[in-house]
Write a protein that binds this ligand. Structure first.
Ligand code: XMP
Length: 318
């Protein structure tokens, strides 16, 4: 298959897929878990073009999304593209289940299982759904076949959800999905979004998650993203985010002793996430981000920058 490298090829792909989707689906209904990530967003935009209101999107807010993400999904898909979108506010449900759980793998397990439960409950409420659309891409299939990782997109849903699969981007690589997304008119910050783990901010609020500390992760992450974008680093640094660990240190605020959390900044460059290096960043940018975080984020009195390549460190802290 010819690689999709530009707008014309993307448009050809879109036209062919619309035909193929229409003939596969007919007048049936299709369900899609829309996370706001590149792959599921492109699949949603393709299906909206192909079958319109017969696509039902479910966006689950598990409380671990970045600042502004659920709002953007609603704005782009419901308001601009006219999608049939079910928004599920499952924040309390996830955070209650996660309360007091400090083991990273147990946290991942709870988030993954709860997600499937919420999605299955929503699916059970709907009538006449025959198909399930997924944003599986080619590397997911390769990695699952080689047993490298059990990807969430391949398998994973409970057997009682007896759907036929619709996977329109399963032969594409990530860069091709982005070109198609752009040709479909999706916004740049969705199409060129940096990778974001399934368990979201949950693995960046280390140890047992609390709502206050999670808010510190979300607010500091938003400041970091805003400042990287303003400095022209968006799309140049592969992944960048903040972590708020579950311990405090002593500081001084308003002339008084403070005992608050640190924020750790992580920024990495990599090709495949197997190894990663830390980019050199302008010190005045880091100083400016530090000043904003300590003045704007509640409960924080210190900012650190993680200098460690992978290996020995992993990209995420958990
Ligand atoms: P690590 O921390 O293993 O991360 O160096 C490599 C890449 O994978 C992402 N990552 C995850 N993605 N579920 C995901 O979907 C996860 O549990 C998970 N853990 C790490 C990480 O953000 C980085 O891009």
């Amino acid at each position: 298959m010819q690689r999709i490298t530009g707008e014309n090829l993307a448009k050809q792909f879109i036209d062919t897929q619309i035909e193929a989707l229409r003939s596969q689906i007919g007048n049936s209904k299709v369900l899609l878990a829309l996370s706001g990530g590149v792959d599921s967003s492109v699949v949603a935009a393709l299906l909206i073009k192909a079958i319109g209101k017969n696509l039902v999107c479910v966006h689950v807010n598990h409380g671990l999304l970045r600042k502004g993400e659920p709002e953007q999904v609603i704005k782009v898909f419901r308001d601009q593209l006219g999608a049939e979108l079910i928004y599920v506010d499952a924040v309390d449900r996830f955070l209650d289940k996660l309360a007091g759980v400090s083991d990273p793998e147990q946290k991942r397990h709870i988030i993954g299982k709860e997600f499937i439960d919420v999605f299955a409950e929503e699916a059970a409420k709907l009538q006449g759904i025959k198909f399930l659309a997924q944003g599986t891409i080619y590397p997911d299939i390769l990695e699952s076949k080689d047993g490298i990782k059990a990807h969430h997109n391949v398998g994973g849903l409970p057997p009682e959800l007896d759907f036929e699969l619709v996977e329109p981007v399963k032969l594409l690589y990530k860069d091709e999905v982005r070109v198609v997304g752009k040709a479909l008119g999706l916004p740049d910050n969705m199409v060129f979004r940096q990778p974001f783990p399934g368990p979201g901010l949950g693995v960046r609020c280390t140890g047992a998650i609390t709502r206050e500390r999670l808010e510190a992760v979300r607010e500091s992450d938003a400041i970091l993203r805003e400042e990287f974008a303003a400095a022209g680093l968006e799309g140049k640094v592969w992944q960048y985010f903040t972590i708020v660990p579950d311990y405090k240190s002593t500081g001084i605020k308003d002339g008084k002793r403070s005992y608050e959390w640190p924020v750790i900044i992580r920024a990495v460059n990599t090709r495949d996430a197997v190894t990663a290096t830390v980019p050199q960043l302008p010190i005045d940018l880091l100083e400016h981000i530090t000043a904003r975080i300590i003045s704007e984020v509640k409960g924080v009195n210190r900012v650190l920058f993680d200098m460690t390549p992978k290996p020995t460190a992993t990209i995420e802290w958990e």
